[in-house]
Design a protein around this ligand. Structure first.
Ligand code: 5GP
Ligand code: ZN
Length: 113
């Protein structure tokens, strides 16, 4: 059985999807930690940022530029926002499908670790 984010890509797990193209998908986090809390994921299952290979060239920059474009759409450009990737156990990664968090819409905590 595929992972929870693959299920959103496949349409078998409902997601509040804001954007997708051939390579990435953007949807709202189910437990938002800020007024805007979105997840930018590759459609292809990659378990972690450490599992990117040469085949995935430009995927991470594409995820970043997609996030920045969506931040604009969400009205965050003038206010600021945060982009975060958690990786592995000590990095706090809970879902083993690469994802970039986009957080904003309030003054975010200065604590990152
Ligand atoms: P991580 O800790 O792995 O970096 O973050 C995983 C994020 O995925 C969490 O913020 C969590 O709320 C979110 N999440 C987990 N399961 C689902 C789901 O089924 N749907 C959506 N939209 N978000 C999820
Ligand atoms: Zn997956």
């Amino acid at each position: 059985m595929s992972c929870v984010f693959c299920q959103i890509v496949e349409g078998t797990n409902p997601g509040d999807i804001l954007f997708h193209d051939s390579r990435v998908m953007v949807f709202r986090d189910i437990h938002p930690q800020a007024p805007v809390h979105l997840l930018i994921i590759p459609k292809k299952h990659i378990s972690s940022v450490t599992r990117l290979t040469g085949e995935d060239e430009n995927l991470l920059p594409h995820m970043m530029t997609t996030a920045i474009e969506i931040a604009k759409r969400e009205g965050l450009w003038g206010k600021g926002f945060r982009l975060v990737i958690n990786s592995g156990q000590q990095g706090g990664q809970l879902v083993p499908h690469l994802h970039l968090h986009l957080l904003g819409g309030k003054q975010l905590s200065g604590q990152l670790g």
